[in-house]
Design a protein. Structure first.
Ligand code: CU
Length: 145
């Protein structure tokens, strides 16, 4: 009598997967702001005007035969802008030797000349180089201090 070995029943314990993954909500993404191009940076307060760089503006009128005003006073090395207006009846210009040589403009017109004042203090003659206007009185001074 052979005893048949009793086959042990296969105890297959099905692994009950109780780990139902709880859907985790997606990590809170940082809000992405689109359309933020209208950001205006108003940072104009950081700029301090430098008096030496700001320049100085003058208006000089030329007639037969004089400049008005006759004297312009500036600082050494300063940027200068002169609006030269021909209030006369003939052409004139605005010249300071070695500093500025303005164009000859016709009566009734005007021009803007820009230059840097000399680094050396002193009085520099400004004049009109047309014809004999200078000797007739179209002369003044750029005083550099
Ligand atoms: Cu002139």
């Amino acid at each position: 009598m052979a005893k048949a070995p009793k086959q042990a029943p296969m105890l297959s314990t099905p692994t009950s997967s109780t780990g139902t993954p709880t859907p985790t909500p997606p990590a809170s993404l940082p809000p992405v702001d689109t359309g933020d191009a209208s950001k205006v940076e108003s940072n104009s307060t950081g700029k301090r005007p430098n008096p030496a760089d700001a320049g100085q503006g003058f208006t000089v009128e030329g007639t037969e035969f004089a400049f008005s005003p006759k004297v312009l006073t500036v600082s050494t090395g300063q940027k200068v802008r002169v609006t030269f207006i021909n209030k006369g009846a003939v052409s004139h210009n605005f010249v300071i030797d070695g500093v500025v040589n303005g164009p000859i403009i016709s009566a009734g017109s005007k021009t803007v000349v820009e230059f840097s004042a000399p680094d050396k203090a002193g009085a520099y003659p400004m004049y009109c180089s047309v014809g004999s206007h200078r000797s007739s009185g179209m002369e003044g001074q750029l005083v550099v201090k």
